[in-house]
Design a protein around this ligand. Structure first.
Ligand SMILES: NC(=O)C1=CN([C@@H]2O[C@H](COP(=O)(O)OP(=O)(O)OC[C@H]3O[C@@H](n4cnc5c(N)ncnc54)[C@H](OP(=O)(O)O)[C@@H]3O)[C@@H](O)[C@H]2O)C=CC1
Ligand SMILES: CCCCCCCCCCCCCCCC(=O)OCC(=O)COP(=O)(O)O
Length: 348
């Protein structure tokens, strides 16, 4: 016992000697220096600009796409804004042009109007996109629709429509733009998927299937085009309050005009459970939720992904600016809040 105690005090004395020795302070400073340098490099990488990078955004008229447009425009990217609604695209272009000047030079965005469910239109649109600036650095496949319904009641046409919008459209557009990227040995393809591309949720079959397919396709693409120096990123957000829920198609293909999503209100009283609409209601409880009965563990490690959040600037939204880097030929730009979505990317 005595020898163990003396060994302990000897060890303590040695530790104290080491701490008070002259080498400790430089060592500590060195560690802090290396740590700070790493942090600085990390920060520089995420801040590295997309000035002059040609960034194509589908579904730019609303929600995430619109927000991406604002962020990339302010960062000095040359935008090609895509959507179905020419008027909405024009309005966005005007809004961007009128936006407050940033420290970087901004560019007047171009617009290309097409419907992702029309394969013929996509081929023409890709040619138009390439004509805008001659090449594409970043393609953000963002446009998409939501779906709600039971499998048994849902017509196959609805399944097809969701797949065409969320999967075949982005696939076709990517295929049409890839050869140009490959020729230049430069490009970054981004697919906005969803947590539902990883987890299947009842009453969302077509949507979850389209996002699972998206994840798989773009994972394959990443492996195939790495040799051409092209990067591929799949972004899988949790709930964000946009028009997605409001525009969802239902089993018969109609739109019920209802926002079943997490809702626009501030997260008063703390986060809601996924799918619950702010107020407690029948069906929402630990491990259960009105929207997804029985499928949500009340307290899981995934809660951060499930808490609804808004886009920057939305009332009640969390406006943290921690952003996922989307790199354009060695540059980087912000896209989405990293803590709120999973990102599959070789270097992310
Ligand atoms: N909001 C959320 O909680 C989450 C969203 N996502 C994904 O983010 C992406 C963007 O969604 P979000 O911003 O929320 O939704 P919004 O409904 O706000 O925006 C969707 C955009 O896609 C466009 N779009 C829809 N259908 C077509 C089509 N057939 N052809 C061309 N454009 C079309 C819409 O254009 P138009 O104005 O013409 O309808 C609109 O610009 C989607 O892929 C979605 O699945 C992923 C996870 C969570
Ligand atoms: C061990 C931990 C397991 C945790 C499992 C939780 C599984 C719950 C998955 C729920 C995913 C919700 C993410 C939603 C992201 C998304 O794409 O949202 C789309 C919409 O919000 C569309 O709205 P709608 O109301 O039309 O569904």
């Amino acid at each position: 016992m005595a020898s163990a105690a003396s060994r302990k005090s000897l060890l303590r004395a040695r530790i104290m000697d080491f701490i008070t020795s002259t080498a400790t302070v430089p060592l500590l400073l060195g560690c802090v220096g290396v740590f700070s340098l790493c942090k600085l490099l990390q920060w520089l990488r995420t801040r590295a600009d997309v000035r002059n990078a040609v960034v194509v955004i589908t579904g730019a008229t609303s929600g995430l796409g619109r927000e991406c447009a604002r962020v990339f425009h302010a960062a000095g990217a040359k935008l090609v804004l895509c959507g179905r609604n020419a008027k909405a695209l024009e309005e966005l272009t005007r809004e961007l042009a009128a936006s407050r000047a940033t420290e970087v030079q901004t560019h007047k965005p171009s617009m290309v109007t097409f419907d992702l469910t029309d394969p013929g239109a996509i081929v023409g649109a890709a040619a138009e996109i390439l004509q805008c600036f001659g090449y594409v650095d970043v393609l953000i496949n963002n446009a998409g629709i939501s779906y709600r319904g039971t499998i048994v009641d849902t017509s196959l046409d609805v399944d097809k429509r969701v797949m065409e919008t969320n999967y075949f459209g982005p696939v076709a557009l990517t295929k049409a733009l890839l050869p140009s990227m490959i020729r230049r040995r430069q490009g970054h393809v981004v697919a906005i998927s969803s947590i539902q591309g990883k987890i299947s949720v009842p009453f969302r079959s077509a949507y979850a299937a389209s996002k699972h397919a998206t994840q798989a396709f773009f994972d394959c693409l990443r492996a195939e085009v790495e040799q051409h120096d092209i990067e591929v990123t799949v972004v899988s957000p949790g709930y964000i309050h946009t028009n997605l829920s409001l525009n969802a198609v239902t089993a018969d293909g109609s739109n019920d005009g209802q926002d079943h999503g997490p809702g626009p209100k501030p997260l008063a009283g703390g986060p809601r459970r996924a799918g619950c609409r702010g107020e407690e209601k029948e069906g929402c409880g630990p491990g259960r939720c009105g929207a997804f009965p029985g499928c949500l563990p009340a307290h899981s490690g995934s809660q951060a992904l499930l808490q609804p959040h808004g886009l920057p600037g939305q009332e009640g939204a969390e406006t943290q600016a921690l952003l996922v880097p989307v790199r354009a030929g060695g540059a980087a730009a912000p896209l989405l809040h990293r803590d709120r979505c999973e990102v599959t990317s070789k270097r992310a």
